[in-house]
Each structure stands twice: as structure tokens, then as C-alpha cells.
Design a protein around this ligand. Structure first.
Ligand SMILES: Nc1ncnc2c1ncn2[C@@H]1O[C@H](COP(=O)(O)OP(=O)(O)O)[C@@H](O)[C@H]1O
Ligand SMILES: [Mg+2]
Length: 363
């Protein structure tokens, strides 16, 4: 008898009959299962968070187009497209997802013998992470980025994020503004700086590229045998943007010396050694194709992305913690404070960050 489950596995074009379905992965946005059929075929089934992602047609069309493009590049390169990129399994009605009353499900082929790391085991892992996300950029250099749907409009439009913060502070629906005057002052003192990347895109100094927008280590699958990067996954936030979003956010998250919600700010800084490994990895694959504008602004991008992230946490704190899930009171304010501490630290390290960029990018 077929294995039964509320997850609508039978709505997808699977090879064989479902034998098991187990939760897998620990992403923060979607719920994920690993499905195995009686023919031994394996699939990854996900329940997508449609509160965050409202345009499922646009989102799945982005993923489909981007993965097809990357597949072709891997094939031409003599790689294994089935292991090095994701492959969507369509639903029986031909759609790329399946709507049920629980939400929106989709299926991918499962990439076997691969693992995602939560933390780099060494600086070398961080270097390899930069290379993998840089390679993803390279594979999509000739993709028409402007044709992708902006699944979350103005996702990294930092000035707009600051406007949203100003609005939240004006509304002050929770009466929390009085406790965060120092943080508001810190952020708005950097308003001009916050527009650096948006101005760069507008002037053409930063070419429009396909960006991943969630360049965390756990969105990279490593080959379990060689422990080298295999595939970039979690393509929900693929959108048009500047490559510096991916570089900057990779550093913001990956080179921080403490957790995003650390309460002891003395532990929070940007690790320059890790920064250097990431620049080295990024430069080794993207160096030759980067514009001068991308090179010149590279060292500032982590600071801009970090300021933006701090503003978003503060906006959510002022609005009553409705976007980022929290497990304790004040967590979004703590998250904001770690980001602002990182910004201050990166300001002190600006000259050194620029020196490292110049060393590897030769400009
Ligand atoms: N095609 C795949 N094959 C095998 N494992 C995968 C695949 N895609 C994702 N994973 C694993 O599932 C985890 C969660 O998937 P992800 O798309 O990153 O969800 P979230 O948006 O919730 O972070 C990943 O960190 C990775 O470990
Ligand atoms: Mg993920």
C-alpha cells in the first residue's frame, strides 16, 4: 500500500511510489522533507513560506530560468548538472508548484551525498564559500538579469529600508521609540552612505547582475566525499541586483565573530582574516569580470548591507516583531545592536578592508 502523508507528494511527477518522507535541513524560511520512492528515487519537497514569498509564479519562473542556464554552463564545462545545480520536479498539472490548503509545495531532485554546513570548519571553508557564490555569479554573467522578477521588491534598496525605519519610528505603535533613540541616531547619521550601492546601480558603475541574495554557508551543498562545494541552493531570493549584495551579505553574516543576536557586544566584530579569505576566493573567480565600480565599492558593501540589516531589525522591533520570528523579548533590538556594532567596527577597519581589496583585485 502506498505511504500516505498530508504533504501532496502524489501531485508531483515522481518516479515510483512514495516509501518514506522525513523532515530534513534546518532552513529558517521553508519547511523541507526528503522523499524516497520504491524505485530508490529521492526528492526534496518544500512547503514555501508564502507570507514572505507572495509571487510564486514569478519566484518559480526565476528559479527555473536560472537553473536551466546554470545547467547548460555546467554541461559545457564538463561537470555533472544533476549534482551541481537544482532540478525542479513539476507538478502533474504542469505547474512548477502545487497549491493546497496548507500552502504552496514544490519538489526538486534530491542531491545525494551532499551536506550543508552551519559553520565554516576553517578559514578555507569560507574561502571556498566565496568561490562557490562567485562562480554562481560567473555562470549567470550572460543571463538577462533585468528579465527576472523582483520577488521581494526593493529587497536591498537601503535608502528605502531607512525610509521604512523612519516611518516605523514616527508611528511608534509599541511605544518603544524612547528606548532606541541612540540606534536611530546612529543609523540616520549614515543616511548618505546608505545610498552608495543604489547610486552605483543608477549610474551604471555597478552593472545589473543576477544575485542570489542569501549567501550563507548553509545554502551551499558540499560534496560529502571531497568536502568541496558542489551546488548553490535556496534560490528563492534570486533577483536582479548588484553582485555586491552577495559579497556584502556573505561578509556581514559569515565574518561576524558572534551570533546575530549576541547580547554581549564586546564579542561582536568583523574578522579581518575571514574577510581576506572571502575577498581572495571572490577575486579568484570574479576578479577578471568585475567592473571598476564593483572593485572600488567591494570593501564598503559589507558595511552597507550590515547597516541595512540593522535598520530592518530595528524597524521590526518598533513595529512589534511581526517579520523576523523571535524567541525572546527584545531579540530584534539585540540583533539590531550587533549589526550597528559591526558597522562601527567596519568603519574603523575601512582602510585595511580597502587595502585587502586592492591587493587581490589589482586596482
Ligand atoms: N536539491 C537539494 N538536495 C539536497 N539537499 C538540499 C537540496 N536543496 C536544499 N537542500 C537542503 O535543505 C536545506 C533547506 O533548504 P533551503 O532551500 O535552504 O530552505 P530555507 O529557505 O528554509 O533555508 C538546505 O540547507 C540543504 O541542506
Ligand atoms: Mg536556506
Amino acid at each position: 500500500m502506498a505511504f500516505r502523508h498530508p504533504v501532496p507528494v502524489d501531485q508531483f511527477h515522481l518516479d515510483g511510489t512514495l516509501r518514506s518522507l522525513r523532515p530534513c535541513g534546518n532552513g529558517h524560511i521553508n519547511r523541507t522533507w526528503r522523499a524516497v520512492t520504491d524505485t530508490g528515487a529521492e526528492y526534496l519537497i518544500q512547503l514555501v513560506n508564502t507570507d514572505v514569498f507572495r509571487d510564486m509564479d514569478g519566484l518559480m519562473s526565476n528559479i527555473s530560468r536560472v537553473t536551466q542556464h546554470v545547467r547548460e554552463k555546467i554541461r559545457l564545462d564538463g561537470g555533472d548538472p544533476d549534482r551541481e545545480t537544482m532540478l525542479i520536479v513539476p507538478a502533474l498539472d504542469g505547474k512548477l508548484y502545487c497549491m493546497t490548503k496548507e500552502g504552496c509545495y514544490r519538489a526538486y531532485h534530491f542531491i545525494r551525498n551532499a551536506i550543508a554546513l552551519e559553520k565554516p570548519r576553517s578559514a578555507e571553508d569560507f574561502y571556498l564559500t566565496a568561490r562557490a557564490f562567485g562562480k554562481f555569479q560567473q555562470q549567470l554573467l550572460d543571463f538577462p538579469a533585468a528579465e527576472l522578477v523582483e520577488v521581494i521588491p526593493d529587497f536591498h534598496n537601503t535608502p528605502k529600508r531607512l525610509e521604512a525605519l523612519r516611518y516605523a519610528a514616527t508611528m511608534d505603535v509599541m511605544g518603544r521609540k524612547k528606548d532606541v533613540e541612540a540606534e536611530l541616531e546612529f543609523i540616520f547619521a549614515r543616511q548618505e552612505f546608505a545610498g552608495t550601492l543604489t547610486r552605483g546601480i543608477a549610474s551604471g558603475a555597478l552593472p545589473l547582475r543576477v544575485t542570489h541574495n542569501d549567501t550563507k554557508l548553509n545554502n551551499l551543498l558540499f560534496d560529502q566525499e571531497t568536502m568541496t562545494p558542489l551546488a548553490v541552493v535556496d534560490l528563492d531570493t534570486v533577483m536582479p541586483g548588484t553582485s555586491l549584495y552577495d559579497f556584502g551579505d556573505g561578509i556581514r553574516y559569515g565574518a561576524a565573530t558572534a551570533a546575530e543576536d549576541e547580547m554581549d557586544l564586546s564579542l561582536v566584530s568583523c574578522d579581518l582574516e575571514l574577510y581576506e579569505h572571502f575577498v581572495r576566493g571572490w577575486a579568484s573567480v570574479c576578479g577578471d569580470t568585475m567592473s571598476l565600480g564593483e572593485k572600488e565599492l567591494l570593501h564598503l558593501s559589507p558595511r552597507i548591507l550590515t547597516l541595512e540589516c540593522g535598520a530592518r531589525f530595528l524597524t521590526d522591533y518598533l513595529s512589534g516583531d511581526t517579520y523576523f520570528s523571535t524567541s525572546r523579548p527584545g531579540q530584534n533590538l539585540d540583533r539590531c545592536r550587533t549589526q550597528l556594532k559591526l558597522v562601527a567596527d567596519m568603519e574603523e577597519k575601512e582602510a585595511e578592508m580597502l587595502r585587502i581589496s586592492k591587493e587581490y583585485l589589482h586596482f
